[in-house]
Design a protein around this ligand. Structure first.
Ligand SMILES: NC(=O)c1ccc[n+]([C@@H]2O[C@H](COP(=O)([O-])OP(=O)(O)OC[C@H]3O[C@@H](n4cnc5c(N)ncnc54)[C@H](OP(=O)(O)O)[C@@H]3O)[C@@H](O)[C@H]2O)c1
Length: 364
């Protein structure tokens, strides 16, 4: 094995017993041709360390098991090594956000200082949108909008919040992981589940039919994410699903919700956020989908939002998409006025996308 020494000359096993290294394209071909490490001889792998070992992990790096000297001296790796290596290829796909992008975000993120509203979590509204304000091509579908750099930003934001909140529509459409893959958090180089946010799903009628096969629960089983809290209007909870939640450390939270004439639930955002704060979450990022965001942007709840971070992708999805567009507001004369506006704004290009940060302007 040809391993370039790090600047500090300390190439060696991490505390997890793996050397963080990058397989070079010249040796192994493009990333799409995943190498079968079980057939590689130790002497044919060329690795290069990309950063000082002071950092716990590197972005998109691949872990290669350190082969004990006696095994390396044999002609082939042990059979189990290849299996282990493939598992690690898929498990340890951590990412990083460049320092410049982190610095840009800093003033828009929760700080460790106590907030002016101690009964409420710091609440960030964040999502990715197209140029025509769509989150997805159609209801029930998952649509990739933002590029890889923006995706790393989302995971960085997750590392800076105690909880991530979505609606059941998103849970059903996306089978989301709702964890954080930033290098150094629990499951990606860090201890336990440190830095992993708590997923919170608004699911008034307990429609989400999750199981051990749901991505979120697979991540829990692998120690790479937390189990969800599901906020429901039901008093009688489905026992089998409650049992599965409990097994992984999640739970249902029952909250009173109003229903309108068409039977649609309407949560009281203040009650919800106070409840989440009482349960220990000091900061929440609300990720979507559209119904959740549109309801949070209603006049009676928008003041609960401390920060808005929107990624805008250079694409129009076209009509029929899942659109962020809060209800129309009118002034005292009945004339339509803007539903909401941002202030203290900053724009920052990230890859092909642009990130817009700001705060919701209060009515004067
Ligand atoms: N681009 C992005 O950043 C992004 C982020 C997240 C999601 N998405 C996409 O957005 C789509 C899902 O959006 P969506 O609007 O269909 O679903 P959603 O907002 O995720 O969930 C809607 C459901 O959640 C419950 N809900 C939402 N707001 C509520 C409120 N204020 N009070 C009580 N219950 C509430 C209701 O459940 P009941 O009907 O059971 O009462 C409602 O039907 C998916 O395609 C997903 O991929 C995109």
């Amino acid at each position: 094995m040809n391993v370039a020494q790090s600047p500090r000359g300390c190439a060696g096993p991490s505390r997890h017993g793996y050397l963080r290294a990058t397989l070079t394209g010249s040796t192994l071909g493009p990333p799409s041709q995943a190498p079968n490490l079980s057939n590689l001889r130790a002497t044919t792998v060329t690795c290069s360390l990309r950063h000082s070992l002071e950092r716990p992990f590197w972005p998109q790096a691949t872990d290669i098991p350190i082969i004990p000297p006696q095994a390396a001296s044999q002609s082939l790796l042990p059979k189990s090594a290849g299996l282990q290596a493939n598992m690690d290829l898929s498990k340890r796909d951590s990412m990083e956000l460049p320092e410049a992008d982190r610095a840009f975000l800093e003033t828009h993120l929760p700080s460790s200082r106590s907030t002016s509203r101690p009964d409420l979590p710091f609440t960030t509204l964040t999502f990715a949108t197209s140029l025509d304000s769509a989150l997805a091509l159609a209801p029930g579908t998952r649509t990739v909008l933002s590029g890889p750099q923006s995706k790393a930003m989302t995971h960085y934001l997750r590392s800076r919040h105690d909880g991530i909140l979505i609606g059941v529509g998103t849970a059903l459409a996306d089978d989301p992981g709702l964890n954080c893959r930033i290098a150094g958090v629990g499951g990606y180089g860090g201890q336990g589940l440190e830095g992993q946010p708590r997923p919170v799903v608004i699911d008034p009628s307990a429609r989400w039919d999750f199981s051990e096969n749901s991505k979120l629960f697979q991540l829990c089983a692998q120690g790479q994410g937390r189990a969800p809290w599901i906020v429901t209007a039901l008093q009688q909870l489905p026992a089998d699903k409650a049992g599965l939640l409990e097994k992984y450390g999640g739970k249902y939270i029952s909250l009173k919700m109003e229903t309108n004439d068409s039977g649609r639930h309407h949560i009281d955002w203040h009650d919800l956020l106070v409840t989440l704060r009482r349960n220990g979450l000091r900061s929440i990022m609300v990720e979507g989908g559209a119904q959740v965001i549109n309801s949070l942007l209603e006049p009676q709840s928008m003041s609960l939002v401390d920060s808005v971070i929107v990624t805008i992708a250079p694409t129009w999805l076209g009509q029929g998409g899942v659109v962020v567009s809060p209800a129309r507001r009118r002034d005292s004369t009945g004339t339509p006025v803007a539903a909401a506006r941002l202030t203290n704004i900053q724009w920052h290009p990230v890859g092909e996308d642009v990130v817009l940060c700001g705060q919701i302007k209060r009515d004067s």
